[in-house]
Write a protein that binds this ligand. Sequence first.
Ligand code: PMV
Length: 328
Amino acid sequence: MLNKITVSAPGKLMLFGEHAAVYGFPCIVTAVDQRLTLTLEPTNSDKITINAPELQLTGYAKNLADIGKGEIPKAAQIIEAAISVFHQKYPLKKGFTITTKCGFSPNYGFGSSSASAVTTIKALSALTSRNLDQSRIFKLAFAAVRLIQPKNSGFDVAAATWGGTLIYQLDHPVQELNFDLIQSNAAIIVGYTGVKADTPTLVGQVADKRNQNPVAVSRIFMAVSDIVTQAKVAMAGNDFVVLGKLMNFNQDYLRNLGVSSEKLETLISAAKNNGAYGAKLSGAGGGDCMIAIAPKAKVEQINREIEASGGEPVNVAIGAEGVKIENN
Ligand code: PMV
């Protein structure tokens, strides 16, 4: 029997195109160097046990035959869905214990759920010696995430799977962009609002707005899609001034959609007033994190101002590696 398998996947930040992504428009997502690690230990029983200590879940156990059935605690839903999707496609024979360790606060909105789904599929692929490629891992993990969050566009699953910085569009192959800022004189700054975003509610609010005013909201999505196209060009040329302006435009549209918040606006202004090229919310809005692009020389000052404005600076490098086996 295989020994323990340890797998990790990165968290993510949405750089451009949130909400429009739900309706099939392209977005740009980057993987961050804060990772979720999952360990899978095969056992000789038919029991599956899931531990997710950061979500206060320990010793949640179920027979393999009952996977995906009955009441499932919220903290176990994504992993159980991933096991269930895998098991339907590639029947599992024996039980195991899964334990996750999240290297970032699940409150940041860095995509701990999608990273859990992707690491679960990758670990099961190793356990069963299937060595699924990234496209297959994505497909199964996305199906699992969709069971729990039916409107999820899959951008976070793509970032956890492939890593790097990607143009992601529903039902299209991902395009990898060459953008990591390591050799450049610019940096991405992240500020956590201290408020956990409620993604399904915000996605629902945008859907209501779209039902009430389909023409105006479609125009916003098309304008955001155009921003994504321009951002791709600016990234290829490392044109940070243009990228900053595009972030500001994207934020104007997100504000118009009604998904920004006072706290996000305060942190965005703190970044912009202290030398950032531009700033916006990242993800569903309502809370979670804002991002800014700024000259490296301004990073400390901006982080101080984010803190002074009641935010929490989060240090990340972007373009991190996708899902990988740490050891087995
Ligand atoms: O709240 P997050 O960080 O998962 O971001 C949601 C982004 C949306 O575009 C609003 C939803 C999606 O699945 O693309």
